[in-house]
Design a protein around this ligand. Structure first.
Ligand code: AMP
Length: 279
């Protein structure tokens, strides 16, 4: 497995693979890799000849009060996991090269889709994601790129970005990988104390309860109201949002007849957990 830390070497690597007509699959990550990330690697293998993973904790998607500096960094373990999963190359650029001082383009504004759900409490977030993903796409020129449904809104926005910018990249969504108790795997779970780790799966249980209420005819508004109350009553949680949206366009869902997605974000002692579920 090649470990590449600068853009010029990566461009050469890509040039050689492209000249051999290899189909390139790409998975952008921020590291602290777990089975969720590795499921995306395996999905990429099934759609491409060469699999490239990036590890880059993107400063542009964190606000000043967020956890950029305390975000888990486990490079040595990450490299071992990627090698074990037959990744061909890992790109670990440094922030100075990705964001040179004289750069004029500071964000890519993704519009409405970036202002709802996650975007309400993290207004900078998706513009920062869109910028780094576009830059990484420009370097790696992948044929396919895989993103997890764990970050449902992000997947939606990346699909839109690729469409709007006419990028010749197929975006593939990977299913959410969960722990045995239902907690969605996340790098931030490493920051939970033992006690918080015990409480965390309650979020998924409440999501399942909310889904089953809707399936048995409770109105969307009532089910959300009850779900919100359950989260608020749960010791340790601070709810950010619990919403049901139209799965296709992320508009607020008005009727049970639409394709529905339940999306949630809550803090457990300042650690942000997000999750979602198809209804
Ligand atoms: P991150 O390192 O958090 O930026 O995530 C990198 C990619 O892995 C994103 O496309 C995420 O949606 C995806 N991902 C994170 N957690 C999971 C999970 N539990 N299951 C599937 N994909 C995930």
């Amino acid at each position: 497995m090649k470990i590449i830390r600068d853009i010029a070497t990566m461009l050469n690597f890509i040039k050689e693979k492209k000249s051999n007509n290899h189909k390139i699959g790409f998975i952008p990550t921020m590291g602290a890799l777990h089975r969720g990330h590795l499921s995306l690697v395996n999905l990429a293998h099934s759609h491409s000849d060469i699999v490239i993973c990036s590890i880059f904790v993107n400063p542009k998607q964190f606000a000043l009060n967020e956890d950029f500096s305390s975000y888990p960094r486990t490079e040595k373990d990450d490299l071992q996991k990627l090698e074990d999963n037959q990744v061909d190359a890992v790109f670990i650029p440094n922030a100075e090269e990705i964001y040179p001082k004289n750069d004029k383009i500071e964000i890519i504004d993704v519009g409405y889709a970036g202002k709802i759900l996650e975007g309400v409490s993290r207004p900078h977030f998706f513009n920062g994601v869109a910028l780094v993903v576009t830059k990484l796409f420009d370097i790696i020129l992948p044929d396919i790129a895989v993103f997890g449904k764990k970050d449902f809104q992000q997947l939606h926005i990346i699909k839109k970005l690729v469409k709007d910018l006419n990028l010749p990249i197929q975006i593939i969504g990977g299913e959410i990988v969960r722990e045995n108790d239902g907690l969605a795997m996340s790098s931030r779970n490493l920051k939970l104390t033992d006690n918080e780790r015990k409480i965390a799966p309650k979020l998924y249980q409440i999501m399942l309860e909310t889904k089953s209420k809707i399936k048995s005819g409770t109105s969307i508004n009532e089910a959300i109201k009850q779900g919100e109350a359950s989260i608020k009553n749960c010791e340790g949680f601070e709810l950010d949002y619990l919403e049901i949206r139209n799965r296709k366009n992320l508009e607020v869902a008005k009727s049970n007849q639409e394709p529905l997605q339940l999306l949630v974000a809550a803090y457990l002692n300042n650690i942000r957990l997000i999750d979602n579920l198809e209804i």
